[in-house]
Design a protein around this ligand. Structure first.
Ligand code: GLP
Length: 241
């Protein structure tokens, strides 16, 4: 793992944005794997800013999001569809048909998972996957105990994850119990991975990632075996490591 230590959250976002922008600008076509949560919000601001000022085009970019809540429609403000629209897609010149997220309101969730996995494979796989890190080591919504061989699947969310994500909802009762997520093998199959870790709340998780053993009890640990991963951590996190 290549570790980049930066001074603050803004620097983390700028650094990650520069990596993505360079790849997008250089590529004839590129499949980006995208993440949600608090961590990438600043990064998306930099991408939007760059697109508006420097006109970096995303016409040749296809996007595939990591996950979506089960039961939330794209126009629900707490869905990841909505988040992506608000924070990124709305401002960019992506073709709508090139934007992909799991359908959390599919009536056939298992078929939806298979289709999403095939969709990624049929497009040649993810070239660059952006990731955040859950406090319990989850990546996407792959909770501790998930098989490293897992493909896109439906997951029962941990109470700790629902609690952590309840800050986006009016109450924890509104946080869905399930989500569709790319599996760990889906994520690991990406040609390149960019993992962003920011803030004091992630100190224990990043310590365990860097110092702990590779185990399904801590999903992110498998990333240590990935041949092309960069981890960007900011001072709120690295002060302790
Ligand atoms: C969420 C998302 C993940 C995200 C992680 C960390 O549950 N499903 O994709 O990376 O938790 O979120 P945050 O960046 O808000 O700490």
């Amino acid at each position: 793992m290549k570790i980049m230590k930066v001074d603050n959250y803004s620097e983390l976002c700028r650094t990650a944005a520069a990596i993505i922008i360079e790849k997008v600008a250089m590529a004839d076509k590129i499949n980006l794997g995208l993440a949600t949560g608090s961590t990438p919000i600043g990064l998306y601001c930099y991408l939007v800013d760059d697109h508006l000022r420097n006109h970096t085009s995303y016409h040749h970019v296809k996007t595939f999001n990591l996950d979506e809540y089960v039961g939330l429609s794209p126009d629900d403000p707490n869905s990841y569809h909505y988040y992506m629209e608000e924070n990124l897609f709305h401002y960019m010149d992506l073709w709508p048909e090139n934007i992909h997220l799991p359908n959390g309101i599919s009536e056939q969730l298992s078929a939806e998972c298979h289709q999403y996995e095939s969709l990624i494979a049929n497009h040649g796989g993810i070239d660059l996957q952006l990731l955040g890190l859950g406090r319990n080591g989850h990546i996407g919504f792959n909770e501790p105990g998930t098989s490293f061989q897992s493909k896109t699947h439906v997951v029962d969310l941990d109470d700790s994850t629902r609690k952590a994500n309840s800050r986006f909802f009016d109450s924890i009762d509104q946080v869905p119990q399930q989500a569709i997520t790319m599996g760990i093998d889906t994520i690991f199959s990406s040609k390149e991975i960019l993992l962003l870790v920011s803030g004091e709340g992630k100190i224990e998780a990043v310590k365990r990632l860097l110092e702990g053993e590779i185990s399904e009890d801590f999903p992110a640990s498998i990333l240590k075996n990935h041949p092309n991963i960069t981890v960007i951590v900011d001072s709120g996190t690295i002060a302790e490591i």
